[in-house]
Design a protein around this ligand. Structure first.
Ligand code: NAD
Length: 284
């Protein structure tokens, strides 16, 4: 039975995964690379929990201490010996993910399961780094994690049926709805979503429409809750760019080439909600 979960990477996704798990009574070890990143994660969890209390009945019954006390914030792997499940959420960059899995393989037990939270990186390629590749699975969480039921579960080439069953059961224990797909670049969600967002950025670059009008078309015309450019801001323009580069490289198909405006905005530090400015502006 899973009681303690190791969460690696405490950015947009990792901190919300930790918060969600803590709300369901799991003990969480949340690791990032610097004290500063860990401090920011703690702040984000506090802010997100306050918002969550307003909308999610389960959170309403909990206090801030209930949640924070279940999370060990750390910059080391010291406590990873005792975790049964790892959810990795580090930056969408192959070299960074590779380093993390090489380190995890040294500290975790052979029975540990690993969930790769990624937008586009191959689960099969990550699994091939590990002594037990059959214990590695993809879990593509949706943002914001505590508010989204869907998790796209990715079966890599080596992933065993037992790991898929264990992963599905684990996700259901915190009210997620897993949909299992096979490992292919971008899976289903991002193969389609990244292309849509990128094409909307081209439309803005070509002066077809302003960002607010692009999004209005999708909200009012197609009934989307959120427009593609607001979604881009929420995910992070850097993450979108990295995902497009992975898709471009994987399929060698020019349809995935990132729009120059997206590259320019990332170069300028306009990363979306997390930096306060992307296609729209945000006050903290
Ligand atoms: P982010 O940039 O907000 O956070 C990444 C974190 O990983 C940073 O805090 C960074 O310091 C940390 N990190 C880097 N190397 C590390 C290491 N060696 N050990 C521990 N921590 C390390 O990124 P994010 O948006 O949270 O994305 C994380 C993953 O989730 C990516 O693979 C991304 O594609 C995927 N994802 C993101 C979204 C989204 O909406 N942002 C949605 C689904 C999946």
């Amino acid at each position: 039975m899973i009681q303690t979960v190791g969460v690696v990477g405490a950015g947009v996704m990792g901190s919300d995964v930790a918060l969600d798990l803590a709300c369901y009574g799991y003990e969480v070890v949340l690791k990032d690379i610097s004290e500063d990143a860990v401090r920011r994660a703690k702040e984000k969890i506090r802010t997100d929990f306050r918002l969550l209390k307003m909308v999610k009945p389960r959170a309403k019954q909990l206090t801030m201490e209930d949640v924070i006390d279940r999370i060990t914030f750390t910059t080391s792997y010291e406590d990873f010996e005792r975790v049964q499940f790892v959810i990795e959420n580090v930056t969408e960059d192959w070299e960074q993910k590779k380093t993390v899995y090489t380190e995890l393989a040294e500290v975790c037990g052979m029975q540990t399961y690993y969930a790769v939270n990624t937008s586009c990186i191959s689960i099969t390629k990550v699994a091939a780094l590990m002594p037990r590749p059959d214990n590695v699975i993809g879990m593509h969480f949706m943002n914001p994690v505590p508010m989204k039921e869907l998790v796209e579960v990715i079966r890599g080439e080596h992933t065993s049926d037992e790991t898929v069953a264990c992963g599905e059961q684990f996700l259901k224990s915190f009210d997620k709805v897993p949909v299992v797909v096979n490992d292919f670049p971008g899976f289903v969600t991002n193969r389609v979503l990244m292309l849509t967002i990128n094409e909307c950025v081209w439309a803005v670059q070509d002066r077809v429409a302003e960002p607010q009008d692009v999004d209005k078309i999708f909200r009012l015309g197609f009934g989307h809750k959120m427009g593609p450019l607001a979604t881009c801001d929420l995910i992070g323009l850097d993450t979108i760019l990295n995902s497009l580069l992975v898709l471009y490289d994987s399929y060698k198909d020019p349809k995935f080439r990132p729009c120059p405006l997206l590259v320019k905005m990332v170069d300028a530090g306009y990363l979306g909600k997390k930096s306060g400015k992307g296609f729209f502006e945000y006050s903290f």
